[in-house]
Design a protein around this ligand. Structure first.
Ligand code: ZN
Length: 218
C-alpha cells in the first residue's frame, strides 16, 4: 500500500485525538490524515480509547448552573479542536484535501499569494488558535533560508515535494520541526505546495535571516 512515509508521530496524534492542538496545528494533522490510512486508523483507535475512558469515569454531582456554563464553553470552543467542515462556499479545487477547502474561496490561482522570497509565495489562512498557518508555494529548486524553531513547526506536502537533511518529503508527508532541528529545505525540481503551521517563533540562523524574518513578520 502506498502512502506517506513521514508521519506526525504518536505524541502529536494523541494531542490531536484529545483535542489538545490549536486549530491551525489540527488542520495540518487533518490534512495529513486525508492522505494517510495508517494515521487515520491510529486516531480512530485513540478516539475509541478516549470514549471508553470517559464512560468509566464516575460522574461528580454538578453545582447549580455548571451545566449551562459548560455548554456555553463548548459552543465557544467547538471550532478549536478539529477543523470545521467546509462551508458551502468553500473552494472545490481538487488539489486541496477536504479539511482545507473550507479555508479558501475559489481556486488556488485566484488567491492573493504574498511574495516571500524569489520563487516562494505564501498565503495566510485564517485558522484560530495560536498557530500562524499558511500555504507555501515554491518553484523548483528553491532553498528556504536556514532556520530553527523556538516552538513547533508542522508542515504537510500537498503537491511536489522538498528535501532536507532528514529526507525527501512528498505528497501527504508531514515534517515536525522543533527547537532541536536546524534545517534548510530545498524544493524538488517540480516545485512544492505545502501547508505549514508555526506555533511559536522561528529563529533564523543563516545569512538571510534578518531580511527573511522581516518579510515573514513572525
Ligand atoms: Zn501518517
Amino acid at each position: 500500500m502506498s502512502g506517506p512515509s513521514h508521519h506526525p508521530g504518536e505524541a502529536v496524534l494523541i494531542d490531536y485525538a484529545g483535542g489538545a492542538l490549536c486549530e491551525g496545528a489540527a488542520l495540518v494533522v487533518a490534512t495529513h490524515l486525508a492522505f494517510c490510512p495508517c494515521c487515520r486508523d491510529a486516531v480512530a483507535d485513540l478516539d475509541a480509547v478516549g470514549g471508553a475512558l470517559l464512560e468509566e469515569l464516575e460522574p461528580d454531582p454538578l453545582a447549580p448552573g455548571c451545566l449551562d456554563a459548560l455548554m456555553a464553553r463548548i459552543d465557544r470552543e467547538s471550532i478549536g479542536a478539529r477543523p470545521p467542515h467546509p462551508a458551502p462556499t468553500a473552494t472545490t479545487d481538487p488539489r486541496l484535501p477536504a479539511p482545507l477547502r473550507g479555508y479558501l474561496r475559489g481556486p488556488l490561482e485566484r488567491q492573493r499569494w504574498r511574495f516571500l522570497q524569489p520563487g516562494m509565495r505564501g498565503l495566510d489562512l485564517r485558522a484560530g488558535g495560536t498557530a500562524s498557518v499558511r500555504l507555501l508555494r515554491l518553484a523548483g529548486g528553491v532553498r528556504v533560508p536556514r532556520h530553527t524553531h523556538d516552538g513547533l513547526e508542522l508542515t504537510v506536502v500537498l503537491e511536489g515535494g522538498f528535501s532536507d537533511a532528514f529526507g525527501a518529503f512528498g505528497p501527504g508527508d508531514m515534517a515536525v520541526g522543533d527547537g532541536t532541528i536546524d534545517h534548510s529545505p530545498r524544493s524538488d525540481p517540480e516545485g512544492c505546495l505545502c501547508l505549514a503551521a508555526t506555533i511559536g517563533a522561528l529563529r533564523l540562523t543563516g545569512p538571510l535571516g534578518r531580511w527573511f524574518n522581516r518579510v515573514l513578520a513572525f
